[in-house]
Design a binder for this molecule. Structure first.
Ligand code: AVJ
Length: 317
């Protein structure tokens, strides 16, 4: 049973937010763009392909933890409502749904296409679960989450790593603020490991991540009538050991001038000049526990895959 998508991001608001991010990010030094603009229909599909790449271990590692721990998570939380933030296609979520058998499943994502696909497959496989998809920005629309009983908020995939430390603190405090005492957060975090493993995960041999990265330029071309030459930029993935995060960048191959009519902007690029398009922070247990505690949560369980590549934290308000 699935109710129609609840939309808190109408096209007008989305375009205004995109314009503001593009003006702020491409007039800054160094240039940057927020990763949320990767995820149009093509970008969401490319990300699904990334999750199947041999080099991209986080999805498989997290799935292994969920497979092993879903029954325990169900028992520990007793959740009757499952909320999934940044749900995408919700492919790993079926493991939680099978164990929890919740009354209500609320996936929230910026991508309506991904939510529709999620609602369709969950609706087919779990006919007794009511699905209420919310098209929204998890940094702005948590207030629209339903006041349903016994909620478990899942934020999987390591997506919290896309936020800078200060943004993470705000985000976790916001999640904490919408929850009632006794309710839970299940948080997926990728863990610090050798750059020999990390860098290829973000720079795969088949070039899918490169296409995903460049997709943000296609989004700007389509929505803002920009004239980015997508082939004029090279995909870059590097490990920032000080911040313990992966950075993705797009590096201009030659001097170029890009016109973005919708925001009345002309942007110049020197050869080698980069746009930072994503950070993907990697974590250690101490850091996760500290950040959860500072946000008002208590970390009750920490599970990793057998190779300790990825962690799932269960925290309670
Ligand atoms: C969806 C944010 C978890 O950071 O690993 C994959 C996105 N970027 N490859 C990540 C991503 C490049 C992914 N998250």
């Amino acid at each position: 049973m699935s109710t129609p998508l609840e939309v808190h991001l109408d096209a007008g608001t989305q375009e205004a937010a995109l314009r503001a991010d593009v003006v702020a990010g491409l007039t800054a030094t160094p240039k940057r763009l927020p990763p949320k603009w990767f995820y149009d229909a093509r970008g969401s599909e490319l990300f699904e392909q990334i999750t199947e790449l041999p080099e991209y271990y986080p999805t498989r590692a997290e799935r292994a933890i969920l497979t092993a721990r879903a029954p325990e998570i169900a028992r520990l939380t007793g959740a009757r409502t499952l909320i999934e933030l940044g749900s995408g296609y919700s492919t790993k979520t079926r493991l939680l749904l099978e164990a929890l058998r919740p009354t209500l499943f609320v996936p929230m994502d910026v991508s309506p296409t991904a939510l529709e696909a999620a609602a369709a497959h969950v609706g087919t496989d779990f006919p007794s679960v009511r699905v209420q998809g919310i098209v929204g920005d998890i940094t702005r629309h948590l207030g629209f989450l339903p006041q349903a009983p016994d909620r478990l908020v899942a934020f999987l995939g390591g997506t919290i790593g896309n936020f800078e430390p200060a943004e993470r603190a705000h985000f976790l405090a916001d999640v904490r603020a919408v929850l009632r005492p006794g309710e839970h957060l299940l948080l997926g975090t990728d863990l610090v490991k050798s750059p020999k493993v990390l860098v290829p995960a973000y720079d795969d041999a088949a070039g899918v991540t490169a296409e995903f990265n460049k997709n943000v330029l296609r989004v700007l071309n389509r929505h803002l009538q920009a004239d980015f030459d997508v082939d004029g930029f090279a995909h870059v993935a590097l490990w920032d050991a000080d911040h313990e995060w992966i950075e993705m960048r797009l590096r201009s191959r030659w001097p170029q001038r890009v016109t973005i009519p919708a925001v009345d902007l002309v942007v110049e690029f020197k050869t080698g000049e980069e746009i930072r398009t994503e950070i993907s922070a990697k974590f250690r247990r101490e850091g996760v526990e500290k950040e959860l505690t500072e946000a008002g949560f208590t970390l009750t369980h920490w599970w990793t895959d057998p190779e300790a590549r990825f962690a799932l934290s269960l925290a309670q308000v």
